[in-house]
Write a protein that binds this ligand. Structure first.
Ligand code: GRF
Length: 223
């Protein structure tokens, strides 16, 4: 890992809109995140996130799954693309594929994901609808290290909101996105500053074990 003063290098993996990519770009361009996005990788040619990358002159690569291609074969292509960018951190921002264990193991501690729920609750898809169906009063988003089990790695930071009575899934999704757009750049800054470190399935924050996730509301992580 490079000197914490030099911008850390990020490669962002996405499949769709890329609003989280945009939030990271905006934070960097505002001079509030000491990082540089060296590449964006998408598994979908029409992902709007690719246009966002182009608008900001960020290099991108599209890796479309071929018919009948195994996960391992796809991930071998993904791995060479990731490697080619020589990034410090691999940022999954709405990349809608499950990664093979071997790919995850290769990048353990350097691979992070954002998930739209208060993990460990509501792993998997369709979280907003499931939260509403269950009558939850709280919902949120989590940034976590990626480990081979889906949405199961140690959680670095969460942001939460109250679910409004009679809220529709789309409205809830929009509000969760707003939380995500603050959360992800906040976490990336801590990673780049090397204040958050993954060791042996746990997290250290400022050299102390992090027993419960940081929250965006807590001032603990503000430098
Ligand atoms: C976000 O809700 C994120 O939590 C999930 O995928 C969505 C991506 O949204 N993993 P966007 O493409 O960044 O707008």
């Amino acid at each position: 890992m490079s000197d914490p003063q030099t911008p850390c290098k990020l490669v962002v993996l996405l499949s769709g809109n890329g609003s989280n990519l945009q939030a990271i770009i905006d934070r960097i361009e505002a001079g509030q995140l000491n990082a540089s996005i060296v590449g964006v990788i998408s598994d979908k040619a029409d992902a709007f996130g690719l246009q966002r990358a182009a608008q900001h002159r960020i290099d991108s690569t599209t890796i479309i799954p071929e018919p009948g291609e195994t996960r391992e074969a796809y991930d071998a292509r993904l791995q060479s693309s990731i490697e080619s960018y020589q990034a410090d951190w691999i940022i999954m921002a709405g990349f809608m594929r499950i990664l093979s264990d071997s790919l995850v193991e290769k990048h353990l501690g350097k691979l992070i994901n954002i998930h739209p729920s208060l993990l460990p609750k509501y792993k998997g898809l369709n979280t907003h609808q499931r939260v509403l169906d269950a009558g939850e009063s709280l919902h949120g988003a989590s940034v976590h290290f990626v480990t081979p089990t889906l949405d199961d790695g140690p959680v670095i930071m969460q942001g939460q909101i109250d679910v409004k009575p009679d809220e529709m899934p789309e409205q809830l999704k929009q509000r969760i996105h707003q939380i995500e757009h603050q959360l992800y750049p906040d976490v990336i800054q801590l990673l780049c500053q090397q204040r958050i470190v993954y060791t042996d399935r746990s997290i250290t924050f400022d050299n102390k074990t992090l027993n419960t996730p940081l929250t965006i509301e807590s001032p603990a992580h503000v430098a």
